[in-house]
Ligand binder design. Structure first.
Ligand SMILES: O=c1[nH]c(=O)c2[nH]c(=O)[nH]c2[nH]1
Length: 289
C-alpha cells in the first residue's frame, strides 16, 4: 500500500457544464435567436481546494453559470460562438488573477428562419437539420494565447451511387464482397483548429464563413467524388479546407460508415443483386469508423 505522503495532485480543472442559453436580439423589423449549450472549466492555483478543503480559491460553479448568462446579455453577437467563447475566457482571466487558463466548449443548436408566404419570417424559426456547430476555446494567461477548434457535428448525408470499395486486404478472415457500386452514408463529425495566437489577433478570422465553407466543401466532395473508400473521400475534404484557409492549421474528420446491405430476395426468385440491387437493410450497427 502506498503512503498518503506519496500521493500528489497532478492536475485539476473544474467548472460548470450544460449551461443552456437562448439569446434573442430584437430589432424593429426582425428578431434573431441563438441557442447554446456552454461548458466553462478553469485551471489555476486551485490545488488547495482539493488537498486542504480550502474553498477560498474556488470561484463557485454557480458564479461561472451566472457569468455566462451575464456575458450573453452583454454580448453583441453570441451567434459567433468562437468570439463569444473568447469573451467568456478573457473575462475569467481578467476577473480572477489566480486562474491560469479558461476552457470553454460551446454547442450551437440549429434554428433557421422560417420561410412563410415565400418570405423569411421576422420572428419564427425551424429546426431544419440536426447538425451542430461547436467551438472549443483554450485561453492561457501565459502569453495570452488562445487555441480555437471549431466543429461541424451530426451532419447526416447519403448517396445512392458513386461509391465503391474493392482491392482491400484479403485473408482467411475476410468475407466482405468487393463492390463497385454501393450506398455511402455517414454522419459528419469534423473539427478544425486555428493557428495559435495571442487573443486579440483572433477577431480578424471570419469563423461563420469558414464554418459555412467547411460544410459546403464536405457536401460538394461527398456528392461529386467517385469514392474509393471513406478514407480517401475524407482526405479530399481535408485537403481542400487546408488549401483554402491558411488560418486553419489542422483538420480532423470522423466518419462512421453507416452500412446499407442489399437484402437477399433469391428465395422469392427475385434478383436484388449487383445492378438490380434496389432494396437495402439500413444497419443500426456496427459501423465503420
Ligand atoms: O470505405 C470503406 N473503408 C473501409 O475501411 C471499409 N471496411 C469495410 O468493411 N468497408 C469499408 N469501406
Amino acid at each position: 500500500m502506498s503512503n498518503t505522503s506519496d500521493v500528489y495532485l497532478k492536475a485539476a480543472r473544474y467548472g460548470k457544464d450544460l449551461v443552456r442559453i437562448m439569446r434573442v436580439y430584437r430589432e424593429a423589423d426582425k428578431q434573431t435567436c441563438t441557442e447554446l449549450t456552454v461548458r466553462l472549466l478553469l485551471e489555476g492555483a486551485i490545488e488547495t481546494s482539493y488537498t486542504k478543503a480550502d474553498n477560498s480559491v474556488v470561484v463557485a460553479t454557480d458564479t461561472c453559470k451566472n457569468t455566462i448568462n451575464i456575458l450573453a446579455k452583454r454580448s453583441s453577437n453570441v451567434d459567433n460562438i468562437e468570439v463569444f467563447g473568447q469573451e467568456i475566457t478573457a473575462h475569467m482571466l481578467k476577473q480572477y488573477t489566480h486562474i491560469s487558463s479558461a476552457h470553454v466548449d460551446i454547442i450551437k443548436h440549429k434554428w433557421s428562419r422560417m420561410i412563410v408566404d415565400g418570405k423569411p419570417h421576422p420572428h419564427s424559426f425551424v429546426r431544419d437539420g440536426e447538425e451542430l456547430h461547436t467551438a472549443k476555446i483554450t485561453h492561457l494567461r501565459a502569453g495570452n494565447s488562445v487555441t480555437i477548434t471549431s466543429g461541424l457535428k451530426n451532419l447526416l448525408v447519403l448517396k445512392t451511387t458513386g461509391s465503391a470499395f474493392h482491392g482491400f486486404y484479403k485473408d482467411e478472415y475476410t468475407t466482405l464482397v468487393e463492390t463497385w457500386d454501393r450506398i455511402f452514408s455517414t454522419s459528419v463529425d469534423a473539427t478544425w483548429t486555428y493557428t495559435v495566437r495571442p487573443a486579440e489577433k483572433y477577431s480578424a478570422v471570419d469563423y461563420p464563413a469558414i464554418y459555412a465553407s467547411v460544410k459546403q466543401i464536405t457536401m460538394d466532395t461527398f456528392a461529386k467524388d467517385e469514392s474509393a473508400s471513406v478514407q480517401a473521400t475524407l482526405y479530399l475534404m481535408q485537403q481542400q479546407i487546408l488549401a483554402k484557409y491558411s488560418d486553419v492549421a489542422e483538420v480532423s474528420y470522423a466518419l462512421p460508415n453507416k452500412h446499407y446491405v442489399g437484402i437477399d430476395l433469391s428465395k422469392f426468385n427475385i434478383d436484388n443483386t449487383g445492378a438490380k440491387m434496389e432494396v437495402y437493410h439500413p444497419q443500426a450497427d456496427p459501423s465503420g469508423k
